[in-house]
Design a protein around this ligand. Structure first.
Ligand code: GLA
Length: 423
C-alpha cells in the first residue's frame, strides 16, 4: 500500500498530466460579468424546503422563482442591476430521465425549467441554475459526474439558462480538477452565454497553493472561496474577516469577468440589525462581491430595501475598473478602515466599528489614511448628504455605531493632484 504522501504525489502527478489533456478555455473571455453579478438566489433563505403541501409559499418550486421574478421586475430591483434569479439545490427530480438528462421535480416544477426561463426572460431578467460536480448535490439530488458534464451543459443551454452555480459536494480533488475546466469548456461549446460560478476553492482549502486563482480566473466568472453564509452577524463577521485576512492572496485575483464570492447578501432576513445590514452592504461593495440577495422580496421591510437599493453603494460595487478593495488597518480601538479605488481617481472608504459600547468618535485625516495632497469632495453613502469639501490635511471626525459603518464615496476636486496610489 502506498504511503499517504507518496499516494498524494502520485495523484498530483496524474492530475497534472490529465489536466494537460483538458483544453483550458477562457470561459470569461466571453464578455460576461464585467461587473460583479447581481440578483437573487434561493439558498440562504429558503434552503431545501420541498414541502409544498404545508408550505406552498416558501417551498422550492417554480412559484417561488416566479414570485421573485415578479418582485425583481416590479419593485425597482431590475433597473438597479439585480437581474439574475438563481435556483439553488433541490430543484431536481431524484432521478435523471431515461436518456440520462436532468429533469426538474415534476410536482414542484410542473411547467419545466424552459417555461420558467421564458417567464423570467419576459420580465427582462435572467435565470440561474444549480448543479454539482460530483455524484450527488450537497442535498443528495443527482450530481454531474465527469461523463455527464457535456450533456448537462447542453441541457441548461437548451432550457435558456443564463448562469450556472457549479457546486462540488461528493467528488474528490481529481474529479474537481478535471470537472471544473471541463464544464467551462462545455458551457462555451453550447454557444449560449452563461455565467459560470465555481464552488471549487471551497472544497480544496480556499488558498494557494491548493487553489490556483489564475486558473480560476481563466475558467470561471466567479467562485465561492469559503464557507456558506448563515443568517447571523457572527457568520457575516466570520466570512468578511477571512476575506480581508487573506486579501493578499485573493484580492489580486479579482477583476472584470472574474470575482471572489463571499456568498449571498442576507439583508432583510432575521439575523442582522440595521447597522449590521449596512455593514454587509458596505463591505460587499468594497470587496467587489457579487450582490446576490437571499431574502424574501415579497415581505422585505423598507429599511432593508433602502440599504439593498442604495444607489451609491451599488455603483461602488459595480465600478467599471473592477479592482477589489482592501482593509487598510485595524486600530487598537476596534475601528477598522477599508478602501477601494474607483474609476476617475475616486475612492470608497469604510470606517467599521467592532465595538459594543456606544458610537465611537474616530479622528483622522485623509493624509493619515494615505491620500495624496489636495481637495476632495466627500459623499456619505448611507446618510445621502450633499457632497462636502475636505482637504487632505484637515482633521475630521466620524461617529461610527457599534457593529456599524460610515461609508464614503470621495473624489479629488483636481484629478491630477490628489488620488491615492496605495495598490
Ligand atoms: C453548498 C453550497 C451552498 C448551497 C448548498 C446547497 O453548501 O455552498 O451555497 O448551494 O450547498 O445544498
Amino acid at each position: 500500500m502506498a504511503r499517504p504522501a507518496l499516494l498524494q504525489r502520485r495523484v498530483s502527478l496524474l492530475s497534472l498530466s490529465l489536466l494537460c489533456l483538458v483544453p483550458l478555455v477562457q470561459s470569461n473571455g466571453n464578455g460576461l460579468a464585467q461587473t460583479p453579478p447581481m440578483g437573487w438566489m434561493a439558498w440562504e433563505r429558503f434552503r431545501c424546503d420541498t414541502d409544498c403541501k404545508d408550505d406552498l409559499e416558501n417551498c422550492i418550486s417554480e412559484k417561488l422563482f416566479m414570485d421573485m421574478a415578479d418582485r425583481l421586475s416590479e419593485d425597482g430591483w431590475r433597473e438597479l442591476g439585480y437581474e439574475y434569479v438563481i435556483i439553488d439545490d433541490c430543484w431536481m427530480s431524484r432521478i435523471r430521465d431515461k436518456n440520462g438528462t436532468l429533469q426538474p421535480d415534476p410536482d414542484r416544477f410542473p411547467s419545466g425549467i424552459k417555461r420558467l426561463a421564458d417567464y423570467v426572460h419576459n420580465r427582462g431578467l435572467k435565470l440561474g441554475i444549480y448543479a454539482d460536480m460530483g455524484r450527488w448535490t450537497c442535498m443528495g439530488f443527482p450530481g454531474t459526474t465527469l461523463d455527464k458534464i457535456e450533456l448537462d451543459a447542453q441541457t441548461f443551454a437548451s432550457w435558456g439558462v443564463d448562469y450556472l452555480k457549479f457546486d462540488g459536494c461528493n467528488s474528490n480533488a481529481l474529479e474537481q480538477l478535471l470537472g471544473y475546466p471541463l464544464m467551462s469548456k462545455a458551457l462555451n461549446a453550447t454557444g449560449r452565454p452563461m455565467v459560470y460560478s465555481c464552488s471549487w476553492p471551497v472544497y480544496i482549502g480556499s488558498l494557494p497553493p491548493e487553489v490556483n486563482y489564475t486558473l480560476l480566473g481563466d475558467i470561471c466568472h466567479l467562485w465561492r472561496n469559503y464557507y456558506d453564509i448563515q443568517d447571523s452577524w457572527d457568520s457575516v463577521q466570520f466570512i468578511m474577516d477571512w476575506f480581508f485576512n487573506n486579501q493578499d492572496y485573493i484580492q489580486p485575483a479579482a477583476g472584470p469577468g472574474k470575482w471572489n464570492d463571499p456568498d449571498m447578501l442576507i439583508i432583510g432576513n432575521f439575523g442582522l440589525s440595521l447597522e449590521q445590514s449596512r455593514t454587509q452592504m458596505a463591505l460587499w461593495s468594497i470587496m467587489a462581491s457579487p450582490l446576490i440577495m437571499s431574502n424574501d422580496l415579497r415581505s422585505l421591510d423598507n429599511a432593508a430595501r433602502a440599504i439593498l437599493q442604495n444607489k451609491a453603494a451599488i455603483s461602488i460595487n459595480q465600478d467599471p475598473l473592477g479592482i477589489q478593495g482592501r482593509r487598510l488597518f485595524k486600530e487598537k480601538t476596534k475601528i477598522e478602515v477599508y478602501w477601494r479605488p474607483l474609476v476617475d481617481a475616486a475612492s470608497a472608504l469604510v470606517f467599521l466599528s467592532r465595538r459594543s459600547d456606544m458610537p465611537y468618535h474616530y479622528h483622522t485625516s485623509l493624509e493619515k489614511l494615505g491620500f495624496g495632497k489636495g481637495n476632495y469632495e466627500v459623499y456619505d453613502v448611507f446618510e445621502g448628504s450633499k457632497p462636502k469639501p475636505l482637504n487632505s490635511t484637515e482633521q475630521f471626525t466620524v461617529s461610527i455605531n457599534p457593529s456599524g459603518v460610515v461609508m464614503w464615496y470621495l473624489k479629488p476636486v483636481k484629478t491630477e493632484s490628489g488620488h491615492r496610489t496605495l495598490l
